[in-house]
Design a protein around this ligand. Sequence first.
Ligand code: SF4
Length: 324
Amino acid sequence: MPVSLSTTASLYDRVRRVIPPIEWPAFTDDIEAIFALKRKRNAVILAHNYQTPEIFHCVADIVGDSLALARKAMAVDADIIVLAGVHFMAETAKLLNPGKTVLIPDLGAGCSLADSITASDVRLMRQRYPGVPVVTYVNTSAAVKAESDICCTSGNALAVVESLGASRVIMLPDEYLAKNIAAQTKIEIIAWKGHCEVHERFTPADIRELREAHPGVTVLAHPECPPEVVAMADFAGSTAAMSDYVGRHRPARVVLMTECSMSDNVAVKHPDVDFVRPCNLCPHMKRITLANIRTALEENRHIVTIDPDIAERASRAVERMLAI
Ligand code: SF4
């Protein structure tokens, strides 16, 4: 059954602050088709915070950061998960939901961080630093997770590092996240040279210019930003923590030093807050569109599979983190 006109109108009400009326008609056909396909195939759509508003607010059933998505999907009675995000997120969803079919609409939706390291790199680090535990950010492939002792997110990295009872920890692959955690703990952190191509572009000069142009603006930074950017921010935290911060503090004017769509998605929930939007776009996230979500559901593609041995070892590293 198609979505009624009144339903698409009420969907537009959610996003009218961030999608101009002239653009909306281009989305309605795909939105109607996706609603029908979700019902027909008993499917849910998981959308990352960096997805565009017509995906995030209009067709997604579960939204959040990558780990929250995978965890919430565990509680859902669905046969199919469509991951509106990048490939490592689809793998994590599959690790935590092995009995469900996980689809990613575009196999090219990668990640500069995940691509910065391979499983054999992790094995070489272990040889170089024998006995030092390996903490791996969730923004990695399942094969890299499988070589790790435990995973972490940007939200729980400090707690994970401090849970291990070690004086030295290898933290992979984000150099800046590792340095930002090192600044908060006495534990020696051995980092890797991986960077997020979105967050590495923010500079202290950007913050100076933003503060000059918008006096009194509150600056929130993601911990994948360089440490000198994080040091100048009013608050640093994961995408979930930044969103919570805006909800709790209701700053009159705020800037989120992270991917462009995040500001749009948070702005929808807080019409009273003025968002300044410097735009660093993630080209991988933007490969996901309403059109290819629709095709994924119509043609059952692309199915995410993980080698069973890798899946078992990678799940162990994820579950160890979840137990903290
Ligand atoms: S925003 Fe950065 S970490 Fe996230 S998918 Fe894009 S490149 Fe990877």
